[in-house]
Design a protein around this ligand. Structure first.
Ligand SMILES: Cc1cc2nc3c(=O)[nH]c(=O)nc-3n(C[C@H](O)[C@H](O)[C@H](O)COP(=O)(O)O)c2cc1C
Length: 217
């Protein structure tokens, strides 16, 4: 983080506590509020404001969480990219129910999202893959994400192999790598307030329309 970003972080600290949630009306939907909070997290100088936890659940009911980066969002959902052979992808393929979590600490804000996933289109994954730097593209070929290493030097060897193989021209998009789109059915906005009297506004999708309600902190 640059000195300027650190100063901006200090300046923003606790600002959220002083700001109540915007007024929610009968026809409010969660996307405008998410967009506003995401922009404010970006402006606050938070390192990786797009970092979010993704929780999946195995068929036996064992949940697991890990951080990923949000790469796109709109009224269709929230998109992240990963290896389709990874643990998270295998679990999501077996059980499409998923939860996302953002925490923007200096703003004292949390957003909880629940829903189900679907794979993004091949074209979308391919376009995003090619927008990445070359090292990350080759790295995607080298990493057998979430699989056990057969020996210590394996990843280095594989990176050397694919760097050599794709030394020239475009690195092809691996079929085993792409995006997941989380289609939300529940989004909760949590705003820290004084005396632990935090605001919680929840939106729930019912028959394709968003309903909202508030929860005790
Ligand atoms: C801040 C942060 C961002 C990350 N972003 C991604 C990402 O966008 N995609 C990804 O596959 N892994 C990402 N990772 C690594 C994952 O947390 C995780 O280690 C990896 O995806 C394997 O998870 P799995 O074995 O549960 O599938 C990120 C880790 C951190 C700490």
């Amino acid at each position: 983080m640059t000195l300027f970003e650190k100063l901006r972080c200090l300046f923003t600290f606790g600002q959220g506590v002083a700001l109540p949630l915007p007024e929610i009306t009968a026809d409010s939907t969660p996307l405008p509020l998410f967009t506003q909070w995401f922009e404010e997290a970006n402006k606050a100088g938070i390192l990786l404001p797009e970092a979010m936890s993704v929780s999946s659940c195995s068929q036996s009911g064992q949940p697991s969480s890990r951080m990923v980066l949000l790469k796109d969002f709109d009224d269709q959902g929230f998109v992240f990219f990963t290896n389709y052979g990874s643990r998270k992808s295998q679990e999501l393929a077996e059980n499409s129910k998923v939860a996302l979590l953002f925490h923007w600490n200096v703003l004292q804000r949390q957003v909880r999202i629940e829903g189900s996933v679907e794979k993004v289109s091949q074209q979308e994954s391919e376009a995003y893959f090619h927008s990445r730097d070359r090292g990350s593209q080759v790295g995607a070929w080298a990493s057998k994400q979430s699989q056990k290493m057969s020996h210590d030097g394996e990843l280095k060897q594989r990176m050397a192999k694919y760097s050599d193989k794709y030394a020239q021209g475009e690195v092809p998009h691996p079929e085993f790598w792409g995006g997941w789109r989380v289609k939300p059915s529940y989004i909760e906005f949590w705003q820290g307030r004084a005396n632990r009297l935090h605001d919680r506004v929840c939106f729930e999708k019912q028959d394709e329309a968003w309903q909202h309600f508030k929860l005790h902190p």
